[in-house]
Design a protein around this ligand. Sequence first.
Ligand SMILES: *[C@@H]1O[C@H](CO)[C@@H](O)[C@H](O)[C@H]1NC(C)=O
Ligand SMILES: *[C@@H]1O[C@H](CO)[C@@H](O)[C@H](O)[C@H]1NC(C)=O
Length: 256
Amino acid sequence: MKAALLLVLTVWLNVQYGGCSFPSSCSYPPSKWCSSLDSAIQCGVLKQCLQSNFTKSHQAADQVEVGLYYESLCPGCRLFLTEMLLPTWVLLNDIMSITVVPYGNAQEKTVGGKYVFDCQHGDQECLGNMIEACLLNKTDAAIQIIYCMESSTDVIEAAKSCAELYFPELNWDSIMSCVKGDVGNQLMHQNALKTQALNPPHKYVPWITINGEHTEDLQNKAMTSLFSLVCSMYKGPKHPACGGSQRRYRSYSLNE
Ligand SMILES: *[C@@H]1O[C@H](CO)[C@@H](O)[C@H](O)[C@H]1NC(C)=O
Ligand SMILES: *[C@@H]1O[C@H](CO)[C@@H](O)[C@H](O)[C@H]1NC(C)=O
């Protein structure tokens, strides 16, 4: 009698909790488990999702925001973008966010209801700024494509192949129609407004802001080592790349 009761109980428990497998009602792929409370409950990972969401929102709140106001053909801008900004972002992207605004020392005027731009390094620079503004509006991979362009010998010439390299699904014609059309015109106007709104007003490019603030001290530190600056300004737990709890990489000796 006792044994029969135990058996019934065991079978019931197995039906209720499905042994060790995920609840059979979980109909979401793993990447969607945390996408809503329902999916998290259904897939039996509510606790883990709440923890992971908390960590993420906590990190996002503390991220160091780096702003770069630049123009596409200025040598100092290209150097900063390719040798400071991108390498730092690759290592520290979970504790920093970047905003890049291609415009710099350009000038804007209105002719027949459209904005017309005059760039420090000529029409080619205006074209480069515009391509980059359109990329930033249309793809998540913009920063990698801009890095590729700015590190190439010919920034403009490289644009299409850089886009194909980093974002093969991108339709290049849609970028060029943005560049030549009203959307690009409006986007560049927005960049003009953002640049004109800088406080203090920018005096040179590249012009760097940290958490929206520009001082000579921050500029100098960013130009010397953006990496150290971001590590030192981040208020959260020390990032491993900044010397926090070390990751251990196993090395293999020759005779293994
Ligand atoms: C986790 O965060 C996302 C985005 O903020 C939200 O939509 C989702 O509902 C959250 N998941 C849980 C289980 O709280
Ligand atoms: C792209 O530009 C359009 C038009 O200005 C704007 O409505 C939209 O929010 C922009 N999207 C992004 C991702 O910046």
